[in-house]
Design a binder for this molecule. Structure first.
Ligand SMILES: Cc1ncc(COP(=O)(O)O)c(C=O)c1O
Length: 422
């Protein structure tokens, strides 16, 4: 057998030094938090921090309005309500995403419909969306996966043609750009996550942005129990005109968010550089399929998702991943196609009723016939079956990236040689 012996077989590890770690939170967050506490209120309507976070984020992305929420799931719910998604509607989103993308569709008593992804960019495309449009389709929730912008040009054109509302789910793609434009700024509304896994964190939080004053006004009501408030926070206008939740962000989260926002560019630039460097290093390795950044896109590499050609390497993804882990790489996968979840296969969205009536599918207002067939989305299976997620961090060093590439090359070369029989 040629090449250095794999660590999983007792050879030396390719990753010689531990990945560099760093502190995400520090003096900047503490300063903001102290100021928040000194306000003697943690209520966003009375305090200044959440308002300032919204202002700074809106300014950064060149949008007129931002509304803060308790999570991105909440932000998506608010955005869906704002654009008018309601009972009987279908909303198209990605077949590979977090539950936070589709749960809010169901909370609107609408029906999620899942579009396939491109097997190299991992994003839904105009073609995969077009295949799912029906007379019931009201909106598209475009997921920009793993820091890679979706190909928005054709998607926006398609949406315009079919008069669809477009919400961009940027939970995993802070600061990614498409043809010079920030993700989240191209559709009717954009949403971002501040949960603890994301580029920046307040523990849990979300934000909706839009240029549209009417949508912003509705979003504010939908996030605040439909309490209309004027600039001073006092009641103004009619109370509780429609169903809405309490998704208000606290001043503590707003304070941390402000400090985090000021680190965002550095974090995203580092991650992008690391991703680009890793791709350059592993691209030439036979049997390794690095992610492809959408043409015209700038990605921010939330996690690094590569695929392997199991046939060329003569090894299964699971075995390859175990070998990488033994070399010292934080490799894993939680890749799932969401349409196969129990709740969709069994239509068990709500607790069962004695008469078997299953909302929203059996709702008289719903005239569609969505089916969650495995054969509907063939590309996603390629990613689910052969994808490997490498964790990414802005704190990694250039050496971390080089050693990651060396480990991948070593494991690939070992199995390829074994396949050839040398
Ligand atoms: C693509 C996507 N959308 C939505 C969400 C939901 O975000 P949150 O956890 O802030 O509710 C996530 C979270 O992982 C996500 O990755």
């Amino acid at each position: 057998m040629s090449g250095e012996k794999l660590a999983i077989l007792g050879g030396p590890k390719a990753k010689k030094t531990p990945y560099r770690k760093g502190m995400r939170f520090g003096r900047e967050e503490l300063k903001e938090l102290k100021e928040a506490l000194a306000q003697n209120t943690l209520f966003c309507v009375k305090g200044k921090k959440v308002k300032q976070l919204c202002r700074e984020l809106a300014d950064k992305y060149g949008k007129r309005h931002a509304v803060a929420t308790t999570s991105c799931t909440a932000a998506i719910h608010v955005a869906l309500g704002a654009v008018g998604v309601t009972v009987g509607d279908e909303v198209i989103t990605s077949v590979m995403t977090d539950a936070g993308s589709f749960m809010p569709i169901l909370w609107q008593n609408a029906v999620p419909v899942f579009a396939d992804i491109d097997p190299r960019t991992y994003n839904m495309t105009a073609d995969t969306i077009a295949a799912k449009i029906t007379p019931q389709t009201k909106a598209v929730l475009v997921v920009h996966l793993a820091g890679n912008p979706a190909d928005m040009g054709p998607i926006l054109k398609l949406a315009r043609r079919h008069k669809l509302q477009v919400i961009e789910d940027c939970a995993q793609s802070w600061n990614a750009r498409y043809k010079g434009r920030w993700v989240g700024t191209m559709g009717h509304m954009g949403v971002y996550s501040l949960n603890d896994y994301k580029h920046i964190s307040v523990g849990d939080g979300g934000i909706v942005v839009t240029d549209d004053e009417h949508l912003a006004g509705r979003a504010a009501l939908l996030a605040d129990k439909c309490y209309p408030r004027d600039a001073t926070g006092m009641r103004a206008g009619r109370m509780c005109q429609f169903l809405a939740n309490n998704y208000r962000m606290s001043e503590l989260c707003g304070a941390v968010g402000l400090a985090q926002l000021r680190k965002l560019d550095w974090i995203c630039d580092r991650r992008r550089r690391h991703g680009e460097a890793l791709t350059r290093l592993i691209e030439p390795i036979p049997g390794i399929l690095p992610p492809v950044v959408t043409p015209g896109g700038e990605w921010t590499n939330w996690y690094y998702l590569l695929r392997i050609d199991e046939g060329a390497l003569g090894v299964s993804r699971d075995e390859f991943m175990k070998a990488l882990a033994a070399e010292g790489l934080p490799a894993g996968f939680y890749l799932r196609r969401v349409d196969q979840y129990e709740m969709f296969q069994n239509r068990s969205i709500y607790p069962p009723r004695k008469d078997g009536f299953a909302c929203p599918y059996d709702c008289p207002a719903y005239k569609g016939h969505v089916r969650y067939e495995k054969s509907d989305c063939p590309n996603v299976d390629l990613v689910v079956q052969t994808g490997i997620i490498l964790q990414m961090s802005e704190f990694y060093t250039d050496r971390d990236i080089r050693e990651t590439a060396v480990a991948i090359a070593k494991v690939a070369a070992w199995y390829a040689a074994a396949r050839r029989g040398n």
